[in-house]
Design a binder for this molecule. Structure first.
Ligand code: FPP
Length: 257
C-alpha cells in the first residue's frame, strides 16, 4: 500500500499474521532520529568482523528509509558517525567511510526516484575526500525533491554543533550584525545543522544502550525516547511501526499540564 492510500485511512492496521500494530496515520511523527547501535555486537555474536555488522546495518537503512517514506515521516535522521567515532581503529573508520560511499553509489538513484532529499548533518569537511564529494553530489542531486529528508549524521556531535553555532552568533555580534538582546532560541536553532527542520519527535536507540551519546542535544529537548534490545542490523520495518505505535500512546505535554 502506498503512502497516499494509507493516509486516507485514519487508523491503519497492519494485517500481517505476526503483527497487530495500529497506527494513527494522522499522527505519524514528523521527524524521527535513530542511533544505529549494535552493529559490532551483531557481528560478534556471529563471529564476524565488526565491519560486517556495519554492512548489515547499511541494509537496515534501506528498509527503514523505505518504511519511513511510506508512512509519511518527513525527516529521518540517522547517526552514522559521531565526532567521537574517530577513536575507533583506523580500519573500522575507513570501512565506515567506504560504506557511506557504497550506500550512495548503490541507492542514490532509487532514493532520488522516490523523492528523497539526501542531506548530512555534522562537519563533513573532515571526511576523506571521496566520501565528502559523494555526499556533496548526492545533496546537489536531491535538493529539490519533495519527499522524505534523510539526514545522515556524519562527524556529528551535539556539543560540537552548539560550539559552531555559538561561534557564528558571536561573530555576528562582534561585526555589529546581531544585537545580544536578539539572541533567542530561534536564533540558536538557526545556527545548527538542522536549521529549518522540526525538532525530532522521537529518538530511537536500539541495542539496549540507554544513552544520548551527544546526539541532537539541543533539538531533543522534548523528544520522546524509544529504546529496544534489538541490534540495528536486526531492526525491521515492524520495529519502526511498533516504535511509532508506542509514541502515539504517549502524552506530550511540552512542560504544560
Ligand atoms: C554503532 O554501532 C554504529 C556505528 C558507529 C556506525 C553506523 C553505520 C552504519 C549502519 C553503516 C554506514 C552508514 C551509512 C550511512 C551507509 P557499534 O559499532 O558501536 O555497535 P556495538 O556497540 O555493538 O559495538
Amino acid at each position: 500500500m502506498f503512502r497516499s492510500e494509507r493516509k486516507t485511512l485514519k487508523l491503519f492496521k497492519f494485517k500481517k499474521e505476526e503483527e497487530n500494530i495500529e497506527l494513527d496515520m494522522e499522527r505519524i511523527p514528523k521527524h524521527i532520529a535513530i542511533i544505529m547501535d549494535g552493529n559490532g555486537r551483531w557481528a560478534k555474536a556471529r563471529k564476524l568482523p565488526r565491519t560486517m555488522g556495519h554492512r548489515a546495518g547499511m541494509k537496515t537503512i534501506k528498509t527503514i528509509v523505505r518504511e519511513a517514506g511510506e508512512l509519511g515521516v518527513g525527516y529521518l535522521t540517522l547517526y552514522a558517525f559521531s565526532t567521537e567515532n574517530w577513536k575507533r581503529p583506523s580500519e573500522e573508520v575507513s570501512a565506515l567511510m567506504d560504506l557511506v560511499v557504497e550506500f550512495i553509489d548503490k541507492e542514490l538513484n532509487e532514493l532520488h526516484e522516490n523523492g528523497v532529499i539526501l542531506n548530512s548533518i555534522g562537519d563533513i569537511s573532515k571526511l576523506p575526500e571521496k566520501a565528502r564529494k559523494s555526499i556533496e553530489a548526492a545533496k546537489r542531486k536531491t535538493k529539490n525533491n519533495k519527499g522524505l529528508t534523510l539526514n545522515i549524521a556524519l562527524n556529528y556531535g551535539g556539543r560540537d554543533e552548539i560550539v559552531k553555532g555559538v561561534k557564528e552568533i558571536a561573530s555576528l555580534v562582534s561585526e555589529g550584525k546581531l544585537k545580544i538582546e536578539d539572541i533567542n532560541e530561534k536564533e540558536i536553532s538557526n545556527h545548527l545543522y538542522t536549521k529549518n527542520m522540526p525538532d525530532p519527535d522521537m529518538i530511537i536507540r536500539p541495542s539496549g544502550e540507554l544513552r544520548v551519546s551527544n546526539y541532537l542535544l539541543w533539538q531533543s529537548a522534548y523528544s520522546e525516547f524509544w529504546f529496544s534490545n534489538i541490534n540495528w542490523p536486526d531492526f525491521q520495518a515492524k520495529d519502526l511501526r511498533n516504535a511509532i505505535a508506542d509514541y502515539q500512546k504517549r502524552n506530550r505535554r511540552f512542560g504544560g499540564v
